[in-house]
Ligand binder design. Structure first.
Ligand SMILES: Cc1cc2nc3c(=O)[nH]c(=O)nc-3n(C[C@H](O)[C@H](O)[C@H](O)COP(=O)(O)OP(=O)(O)OC[C@H]3O[C@@H](n4cnc5c(N)ncnc54)[C@H](O)[C@@H]3O)c2cc1C
Length: 379
């Protein structure tokens, strides 16, 4: 067993962290307030080698693994979760093309993601189907050489800014087994009948784009099917088993960022004539925060490492995601508390971290769903 990062890993971490400090830190507060981000950030991230890193060389990427992606995700989230998601989430959903797509689909859709020229969205959740994704009703019907899609998706990251999306569709509603009724279909965002509206007023990750999408008689060619018909649910579960580890890395990064800021603040802030950090009660809290961050990091790294070895472990990925999400919420709460009144106003970043953290317990599987996955393994 070797816990040492390689020189390349250390360099990658440093590159990602410096990029985030340079590009996110000065603007994160403004983008959070105004619910926006400039698309240009993706070009810059691509130039720094931070986009599409799991894409193989033959499709323009560096062919790195999910472990390397976790390192990047962690470092970006340490500075700002929302902007970090803008960068690493620009490929969200496209992993399905990588895992299950044809050579033609990979050659067409993956290179622009690596170059920061395109954005993908993964459109799975519906207004009445989230945790129970088998309740999804967006219907794709084969008609001549096309699929005709009708229905609607909800809470889709990158929904109004994406160039294409991977959509979970009901293609075989008559199958006895609910899990065999779905397929994943690629839909270009400019197809007639695709209607997208941005959702405003999020609690956190406010710079990111989140949208409701409606499909009204949207026609896409039959070859836009990803993988085999009727396998969409199973493909999606494998995809989530890989990408949940990235949500865990987001949690680790956010929690580390909140801890860093709190340590700095506790050393500077004077209470009763001495630095806050000299109080043992404060030291206990910092120690607990650091311990939880380290635990979360270790599970997340292990889950990502197993994924790259081709030994994806759904229960471990679920543990990583739920524990890191809870850790981020818990650590951010402590960070605000230790900043006192200053922690409550947006001039201090911990306020944003506190709001941002909550999404980590909800998206890509609410933490209760993760615990069910773990319990299934145990029982
Ligand atoms: C900012 C944001 C970005 C998102 N991005 C995307 C995206 O890009 N693509 C996408 O497809 N979706 C996305 N989502 C949707 C997200 O994945 C869903 O919101 C999430 O899966 C929960 O589904 P739901 O909201 O329908 O909650 P529900 O399924 O209605 O569940 C509500 C709550 O009940 C609890 N719960 C549910 N089931 C159980 C159970 N069996 N036992 C115990 N408790 C349970 C959980 O606490 C859960 O939070 C995003 C959501 C947000 C808010």
């Amino acid at each position: 067993m070797d816990f040492e990062l390689t020189e390349e890993h250390r360099l990658l971490k440093e590159t990602a962290y410096k990029f985030a400090v340079r590009e996110f830190a000065p603007v994160a507060r403004e983008y959070d307030r105004e619910e926006k981000y400039p698309r240009e950030i993706l070009r810059k991230a691509a130039a720094a080698g931070l986009t599409g890193i799991v894409v193989p060389e033959e499709y323009g990427g560096p062919g790195a693994g999910f472990f390397e992606l976790a390192l990047i995700t962690e470092q970006l989230s340490r500075v700002d979760l929302g902007m970090g998601l803008v960068v690493v989430g620009a490929t969200f959903g496209a992993e399905n093309i990588l895992f299950f797509g044809t050579a033609e689909q990979k050659a067409r859709y993956l290179p622009p993601l690596v170059e920061g020229r395109a954005v993908c969205a993964g459109a799975f959740t519906e207004p009445d189907a989230g945790t129970d994704i088998t309740a999804a009703r967006t219907r794709a019907v084969a008609d001549g050489g096309d699929w005709v899609i009708n229905g609607g998706k909800m809470f889709i990251t990158n929904g109004t800014v994406c160039d294409f999306m991977v959509v979970l569709c009901l293609t075989d509603p008559d199958q006895d087994k609910a899990h065999q009724r779905f397929s994943l279909i690629l839909v270009e965002a400019d197809r007639p009948g695709v209607m997208r509206s941005r959702i405003h007023g999020k609690m956190g990750i406010r710079a990111t784009d989140t949208a409701a999408i409606t499909f009204e008689d949207v026609r896409v060619p039959r070859e836009n099917l990803i993988g085999a018909r009727g396998r969409g649910f199973y493909q999606l579960m494998h995809f989530f088993d890989c990408t949940r580890t990235m949500v865990a890395a987001q949690g680790v990064g956010l929690a580390q960022g909140a801890l860093d800021k709190t340590i700095r603040y506790a050393k500077e802030r004077l209470v009763f004539g001495r630095p806050l950090a000299e109080n043992q009660g404060v030291q206990f809290q910092l120690a607990e925060m650091a311990t939880r961050v380290e635990l979360a990091r270790n599970i997340a790294y292990k889950a990502a490492w197993l994924t790259d070895r081709g030994e994806v472990d759904p229960a471990l990925a679920a543990m990583a995601k739920y524990y890191a999400g809870e850790t981020a919420v818990w650590v951010a709460d402590k960070a605000v508390q230790l900043h006192g009144g200053y922690g409550y106003i947006d001039e201090y970043d911990v306020q944003r971290f506190y709001r941002d953290a909550k999404i980590l317990e909800i998206y890509e599987g609410a933490k209760e769903a993760e615990k069910l996955t773990i319990a299934r393994r145990l029982l």
